[in-house]
Design a binder for this molecule. Sequence first.
Ligand SMILES: Cc1cc2nc3c(=O)[nH]c(=O)nc-3n(C[C@H](O)[C@H](O)[C@H](O)COP(=O)(O)O)c2cc1C
Length: 202
Amino acid sequence: MPHDRDPLPAFHDDLAAAFAELWRLLADGVVQGRSAFHAPSLATVDAQGRPRIRTVVLRAADAAAGTLRVHCDRRSDKAAEVAAHAAVALHAYDRAAKIQLRIEGRAGLHADDALTDAAWEGSRAMSRVCYGIAPGPGTGLDSGGAYTVPDEAAALTIGRPNFSAVVIQAEALDFLYLDRRGHRRAGWRREGAGWIGGWRVP
Ligand SMILES: Cc1cc2nc3c(=O)[nH]c(=O)nc-3n(C[C@H](O)[C@H](O)[C@H](O)COP(=O)(O)O)c2cc1C
């Protein structure tokens, strides 16, 4: 946990370093289960224009492309919401880093393409099990346990038709670092192939 006597981080007054730190934290979140950025909240918009939000696991963060990837069941509400309305947001606050990241962008739902095949191949059996669940996510049940999950051998293939990858093209980034010696907030907006950014009042 950072302390007041610790030197200020390099990104405290260096916008380019803050941008690099944002993408470093996201990439770290993909591989580090203890990072808050491993399981951010994904917000979507439903058919009535209402916000919907839930936790998802961050599966990829590509700073060069400005994209993030998460996985979901094609039968889920979020999949339908993304398919109908591409606007999404991701959010997480990591207490250890004292950094909140907010990402807004446009999401694409991938199901029957090479990208999704590769994502499925890269998933572990314990992750694939969820996609073989029946009936589909969100279906009402007579009792809490009245659903089935495949065993791990069957899970290797059975869930593939229900599996989808959501690729988010980031369009706006917001970085907030909390420090009693001076909070720092920065934001960037996508401009063509690059980003336009600046410091903001926290
Ligand atoms: C720690 C954690 C990680 C989760 N990861 C995912 C995920 O990667 N993909 C997913 O579809 N749901 C994930 N879920 C479940 C969702 O939060 C949500 O409950 C479920 O997908 C139904 O959402 P929907 O009805 O809005 O589609 C996760 C939940 C938790 C608590």
